[in-house]
Structure formats: structure tokens, C-alpha cells
Design a protein around this ligand. Structure first.
Ligand code: GLN
Ligand code: ZN
Length: 768
């Protein structure tokens, strides 16, 4: 009889109670011996495999587990170690592995960057002409471990050569093929050894195929998989894609592999359409990612069953594997621990363990007929419907507002040039005004007080007083420093999204809903589960208090709609844009509250705009248009003399420069100090004609910059930007810095501004 198989692509590393994180951090702190550490880690790794086995997953991934990051694992498996770290060949030691990831006193860590359009960060391999060799066969090692310890015939997971090389740096684009060709024989060795060991299935991830790639890349892929197939014809390779639809469907499904893994959740319907249009080869298996690996909502099993029914019209059941759309790395471990959540919500959630259960159920349904899972289908429909019909998702006022969006003005009253004149008179700022990005050091003491307050050991009033005292202290510091535009310091906020989520309607917070962000660092994204609306003023009290202490303008400080959206788990029963607009409308009210209370500069941070960019080029404009609209919906109802600021934290923004201009913010500050040169270059090609502050020093290091560095950065920027529109600021918030280094660095920054003003002042007198 034909057998439908269930599979998983990757399991969260962190553990139900973040045991993994704790072990790592104890080891790094020297509180855990290496031997003990490795034992603890092995236990965690085996537990995760066992859990998947007990759930009834047929193809259990091995080798997806990592001590830091799977891209780094792949690099060290090939002996790729940047020259600045200790290494003399052979298997890379644990210490060197962590040094690459975390840096040492003498050597900076390798750069990390976002894994496709997720919030997971990987370590960027530095190839730099290194000759790769296979120094250990990781997949084989983990395969053997699972087999010996648990009797599991695992499915080794390997990051494919094309994606691996494309995510690496240290070679020129036209060398891609040559570099990939260096790795292919090593991948062939891995597969050959797996074949000898009797491994049946191997998953090779090539998510690069879900992005916009060239024909050359496609033909490179063809050659690579041809070679790998010849090397180990008996292992069944599943070529795995995720996060979007596959480019060149017809070519990809005819590559010489035995299985094709496709995402049927984040493909905007295109994988299914391609499958229907072009069919599917009879000699391959289709690994169908039907359960969302990136979001936390329970699936309606009837919907999923319907998709599977469409698929099985084309692909026979014994050709089919049921699995999540991507690795479950991107979701928390289990809903079970969430004891305090509202039942309606909890019942409609599904984290990694629950998702595996959904997969097993769907597999059973396909195998034994729909009736065999009738109870589960009904329960899933009920859970989802109950949440959909609940008052959380049926706020009439919010829904009416969304229907009447066209009645909300989303343009400033006057164009920038007019506003600029009005604001110049109103604020009377000097040339090259100085400011900061929002947060000041969140010291241990600040965090301690907040914790006490959260535990109920400190009254609201006492905590409020403490925050006010901090604000007052920093207003005085800013006054002494001589900054031109002040901030209140954000002492009342742990996290720029959580803070607003807790105050807006429509958000919930889990207790254990952690996901890995990078290394041992985990984040707990809020759940946007209902209609979002404004309850009461969120930032007015602190901002107005700060403003009452000084004659200098104090910037109100909000997090923008796209950032709130991108850093949360978002309900999927309505369009994402609709959720964004709900948030924008709520923020618009906050902006109006601030303005009404005399706050005349308001900064709306959007550090996450760029990372939300769709993987396919053709979908980017519509994303950016929606982002710009939401930002303007939130910020444009103010008077001409209210100055809107925004902030973004990246330097690589060529692709989004038009969107940045379209935000129509009066002033933008951008993080650039780590790549000043490139940014300036971007501005040589693109003029920017509104207020702009390019971060003049890097806040990510405690180092106090030298004045010459700053004046040089400023001079360079002024070659391409209008000095009358230029602001001077650090490149991001100062929350992670210490007090002394912050004050010292700001002193230097202000002195640099002064010197530059003296140098160029005569040429640019302001008409105030
Ligand atoms: N206003 C925020 C701060 O200063 C901005 C943080 C960010 O860009 N990520 O902390
Ligand atoms: Zn920033």
C-alpha cells in the first residue's frame, strides 16, 4: 500500500525553557566546564529528536541543531575560518567556533545578517580565497548519533552549495561559479559517505531559489546537482526551498534529485499554480510544506486538507511528504506552557510541537481517508472560528475606520519646502543641529526597578517617580552637553515594540514564546491577535514632563507601524496591510495627542522597513507603497510647524531610497557609521532634499570616537548633502551603552559639530 510520509525541516534549538541558551551562556561565562556543557547540549539535542519521534514524524531532521548558527556550522565544516582567528587546519575547535561568532579581544566577530526575510541572523562566512576542505562530516556524525542513541533513521539537513556561497562574502560576483565549484566535490564527499552509511533521505536547502535569481545561477544549480547525483546516486536528495515560491519551477523540478520541497504557505499561491500548470515528475517525491513554519496560528485542517486534495490530483500519494513550510526554528517550542493566556487565544495557537502534531494528523488523513481525522478537523475549525468571531477580532470602530481609510488625510498640509521655512522660524536651530536617536543607557538599576515594579514590589506611583527622576537627570545632562534637540531617554521601555504592544488593544504577550534571533539571543515577539486600536495616550506623560524641564525641543518618540508589524507574530485572517493600517491609525492618535500637548517634534522609528522587503523583486514596490502609506497615515495629520522625524538602522538602502523620500518626514536619521563611504556614494547618485542626519559615530561599540574621525565623517557627508539640511547624531539609540562613554562620545560629537560650523558657518547663515 502506498504510504504518505510526514517530515520536519528543522526544530527550534532553544528548548522549552531556553535550556540551550542557558547552557551556552554559562559556558561562555566560564561557569560550565566544556565536558559538562557538551553533555548538557547532547541531552537537549537528543530530547528534541525523541520528541519528534514520539510525535510520529517519519523523516526527522538531523544536523539542523546548532551551537550558534547553521551557516557558521557549514563554514567550519569546510575549514573556513577568517585569518584573524586561531586555526591551523583540521576540525575547527569549539573555542574558535565561538570566537568567529562572538569576537575576541583582538579580533572582531564575523558580521551577521538577516536570514532571508526572517528575524533570524546568520554569521556571514568570509571566503577570501580560502581553499575549502572537508574537515568533518557533520551530517554523518549527527546521523550516526541519532541512529545509535535513539534508533532514529534521520534525514540529514545540509545547507546547499549555491545558497551557501551566495550568502558568503569575500569573492567577486563573477567568481560565483568558480567558488561554488570548489565546494561541490566536498559536498559530493559528504553525500558519498552518507550513502555508504546507508542513509536514505537527505535534505539539501537551497532557499536562494525562492529569491529572484538569474538564468546563470539556475544553470549553475543544474551542474551542481548533476555532479552530486553522480557522486551518490543512491541517497535520495530532497532539494528544499522555502519562504516564497520557487523561481523557474519547470527547470527546478527536473533537476537530477529525488525530491522537491516546496512552501505552499508563503508562495502567494504560485507554487500550487505552477504545479497545476506544469505537472510534477512521476519519479520524484513532492515534500509539501503546508503548515506555516513561520507563524504561530493553528491551522484549519479542512483548508489544509483541501490544498492537499488539489495536490494529490497531480501527485500520487506515495510520492507525497507532508511537512511545515520551513524549519520550525522561527516559532516557539510549545503552547503547553502558556498557562495565563486567554483560552480562546490559546486554543487557536500552534507552536513547533503543535505544528508537528498537525502534520501527523494531516498525514494520517491522507493515508486513511478524511473521516479518520474528522474529530481533529472539527476541533481546528472551531478553535479558529471562535477566535475569528470573538470580540477581539470584531471591533466595529476599527473596522469602520479601515473601511473609511480614504477619508483620512495621508499627506502633510504643505509641501516640505514650505514646512521647512515655517519650522526654521519656529525652532531657531543652529546650523548642523545636534540630537540623539531616542534612548539613553538602560543601566542595571533601571532594569532592576522595572523588574521590581513588574513583580508588584514597587507601586505604579513609585516606579513613575523613578522614571521621572531618570528623565530629569538626562535632561540636565543634555543641557550641560549643549545638544540642540533633546529626547526623554526611553527609560520606561524595555523594547520598542513590546512597549506599544502592551498599551494598544489587540496585542497579547506569551510567557515562553521565545524564538532564536542570533546566537543565544532570543526574542519574544508580541502576538497581534485582534483588531488594533488606541486605548489611551502612551507616551505623553513622560514626553511632556521632559519638555517641561527645558526650553530646547524634546522629540516625542514612537515606533512606526511597519516595525511593530515586522517584529510581531501577526494574525493571518486578514491582509497584513490591513493590520498595518490599524496600527497606523492608532499611532496617528498618539501623534495627535503629543501635538495637542505641546510636543512639536515627533520621531517615528522605522528600523524594520528594509528587512520586510519581499524576496522577489516584483513584489517589492507594492510592499514599499503600503509601508509608505502606513507611515504617512500615522504622521501627516500634524500642523506644518510640527516636525516629523524618522530613524532607520541600516546603511544599505539603495533599494529603498525612493520609499524613504516618499515618507515625507521632515528629518531622517540613518545608521551609517560602519559604512560611511558606501552611503555617501549612494547619495552621489541620489539627491536627498529633506532634513537628514547620517550617524556620525558607531554606538555598537563602547569606544569613544576621536574628533577627527567625526569631522571627517561630517565633511564627507557635506560634500553630497546640503549643510542647511544636515543633522548631527549618533547612528542609533544609546540604550546599550554605559553612562560615561555615552557622555564622553556626545561631547566629542558636539565639539565636532561646533568646529564644522565655525569652518563653514560664514557660507551658510540661516535665514532665521
Ligand atoms: N528610538 C530608538 C532608540 O533610540 C530607536 C532604536 C532602533 O532604531 N532600533 O533606542
Ligand atoms: Zn537604530
Amino acid at each position: 500500500m502506498s504510504k504518505v510520509r510526514s517530515s520536519n525541516l528543522g526544530y527550534p534549538r532553544i528548548g522549552e525553557n531556553r535550556e540551550w541558551k542557558k547552557a551556552l551562556e554559562q559556558f561562555w561565562a566560564g561557569k560550565l566546564e566544556k565536558k559538562e556543557f557538551l553533555e548538557q547540549i547532547e541531552k537537549i539535542r537528543l530530547q528534541h529528536l525523541e520528541k519528534q519521534k514520539n510525535q510520529g514524524i517519519d523523516l526527522i531532521p538531523v544536523g539542523d541543531f546548532s551551537l550558534y548558527d547553521h551557516v557558521l556550522d557549514t563554514a567550519v565544516m569546510f575549514g573556513i575560518v577568517p585569518k584573524r582567528f586561531e586555526y591551523d587546519g583540521g576540525k575547527v575547535s569549539l573555542d574558535t567556533y565561538f570566537d568567529i561568532a562572538r569576537g575576541t579581544k583582538g579580533a572582531v566577530a564575523s558580521e551577521m545578517t538577516k536570514w532571508f526575510n526572517t528575524n533570524y541572523h546568520y554569521i556571514v562566512p568570509e571566503l577570501d580565497g580560502a581553499v575549502p576542505t572537508l574537515v568533518e562530516n557533520r551530517p554523518l556524525q549527527f546521523y550516526k548519533e541519532a541512529k545509535q542513541q535513539l534508533g532514529i533513521d534521520g534525514k540529514p539537513v545540509i545547507l546547499g552549495p549555491v545558497t551557501f556561497v551566495k550568502l558568503s562574502k569575500g569573492y567577486k560576483e563573477n567568481e560565483t561559479k568558480a567558488v561554488v565549484d570548489q565546494f561541490v566535490p566536498l559536498y559530493a564527499d559528504i553525500l558519498r559517505e552518507l550513502q555508504e552509511e546507508g542513509v536514505e533521505w537527505v535534505q539539501i536547502d537551497e532557499p536562494i531559489l525562492s529569491t529572484t535569481i538569474s538564468k546563470e545561477d539556475l544553470s549553475l544549480l543544474g551542474e551542481v546537482y548533476q555532479t552530486l547525483h553522480k557522486a551518490a546516486p543512491n541517497v535520495k536528495v530532497i532539494l528544499q526551498m522555502y519562504f516564497d515560491s520557487v523561481e523557474y519551477y519547470e527547470d527546478v523540478v527536473s533537476l537530477p534529485v529525488q525530491g522537491i520541497g516546496l512552501d505552499f504557505v508563503h508562495d502567494r499561491g504560485q507554487n500550487l499554480a505552477a504545479l497545476k500548470k506544469h505537472g510534477f515528475p512521476e519519479d520524484k517525491v513532492l515534500a509539501a510544506g503546508v503548515i506555516d513554519g513561520r507563524n504561530i496560528w493553528r491551522a484549519r485542517l479542512d483548508d489544509k486538507d483541501a490544498i492537499l486534495a488539489e495536490i494529490t490530483e497531480i501527485v500520487s500519494k506515495n510520492q507525497l511528504i507532508i511537512q511545515p513550510s520551513s524549519s520550525l526554528l522561527h516559532v516557539p517550542v510549545t503552547v503547553k506552557s502558556e498557562e495565563t493566556l486567554n483560552d480562546v487565544l490559546k486554543d487557536a495557537l500552534s507552536f513547533a510541537d503543535e505544528k508537528l502534531h498537525e502534520i501527523v494528523i494531516l498525514t494520517k488523513g491522507l493515508q486513511n481517508g478524511k473521516e479518520s481525522i474528522g474529530k481533529e478537523i472539527t476541533a481546528s475549525i472551531e478553535a479558529v472560528q471562535t477566535l475569528n468571531e470573538s470580540s477581539f477580532r470584531n471591533n466595529i470602530q476599527v473596522q469602520e475606520a479601515i473601511q473609511n481609510l480614504h477619508t483620512y488625510q495621508a499627506e502633510r498640509e504643505a509641501v516640505f519646502n514650505v514646512r521647512q521655512g515655517i519650522q526654521e522660524k519656529a525652532f531657531q536651530l543652529p546650523l548642523l543641529p545636534t540630537t540623539t536617536i531616542g534612548s539613553f543607557p538602560q543601566t542595571q538599576e533601571v532594569r532592576k526597578q522595572r523588574l521590581k515594579w513588574r513583580k508588584g514590589e514597587l507601586t505604579d506611583a513609585a516606579y513613575g517617580e523613578y522614571i521621572k527622576a531618570e528623565i530629569k537627570k538626562w535632561i540636565e545632562i543634555q543641557e550641560d552637553l549643549g545638544l540642540d534637540v533633546f529626547v526623554h531617554g526611553e527609560f520606561e521601555r524595555t523594547d520598542m515594540v513590546e512597549f506599544f504592544g502592551e498599551k494598544l488593544e489587540g496585542f497579547q504577550f506569551t510567557k515562553f514564546g521565545w524564538v532564536q534571533s542570533y546566537g543565544s539571543r532570543c526574542v519574544k515577539p508580541p502576538l497581534i491577535y485582534g483588531d488594533v486600536s488606541f486605548k489611551e495616550a502612551m507616551t505623553v506623560e513622560e514626553t511632556v514632563y521632559a519638555q517641561s524641564l527645558t526650553d530646547k525641543p524634546v522629540k516625542g518618540m514612537l515606533t512606526g507601524p511597519i516595525t511593530i508589524l515586522n517584529w510581531s507574530f501577526v494574525r493571518d485572517d486578514i491582509a497584513r496591510n490591513e493590520v498595518t493600517n490599524q496600527i497606523a491609525l492608532a499611532l496617528r492618535k498618539e501623534v495627535e495627542e503629543l501635538e495637542k500637548n505641546g510636543i512639536k517634534m515627533i520621531q517615528v522609528d522605522e528600523p524594520a522597513i528594509r528587512e520586510g522587503l519581499p524576496l522577489k523583486r516584483e513584489n517589492r514596490d507594492s510592499y514599499l507603497n503600503a509601508a509608505v502609506y502606513a507611515f504617512k497615515l500615522a504622521t501627516t495629520s500634524v500642523q506644518n510647524d510640527t516636525q516629523i522625524h524618522t530613524h532607520m538602522c541600516y546603511s544599505d538602502f539603495k533599494e529603498i531610497i525612493d520609499a524613504i523620500k516618499a515618507l515625507d518626514a521632515d528629518v531622517i536619521s540613518i545608521e551609517t557609521s560602519r559604512s560611511h563611504g558606501e552611503l555617501i556614494y549612494a547619495f552621489e547618485e541620489n539627491t536627498y532634499d529633506k532634513g537628514i542626519g547620517l550617524g556620525v559615530y558607531d554606538i555598537h561599540s563602547p569606544r569613544v570616537p576621536k574628533i577627527e574621525e567625526l569631522t571627517r565623517n561630517i565633511d564627507r557627508a557635506l560634500q553630497v548633502l546640503d549643510p542647511k539640511l544636515f543633522w548631527i547624531n549618533p547612528d542609533c539609540g544609546l540604550k546599550t551603552r554605559g553612562i560615561n562613554e555615552t557622555v564622553a562620545a556626545l561631547e566629542v560629537m558636539i565639539e565636532a559639530a561646533k568646529q564644522t560650523r565655525e569652518k563653514i558657518g560664514a557660507k551658510y547663515t540661516l535665514n532665521v
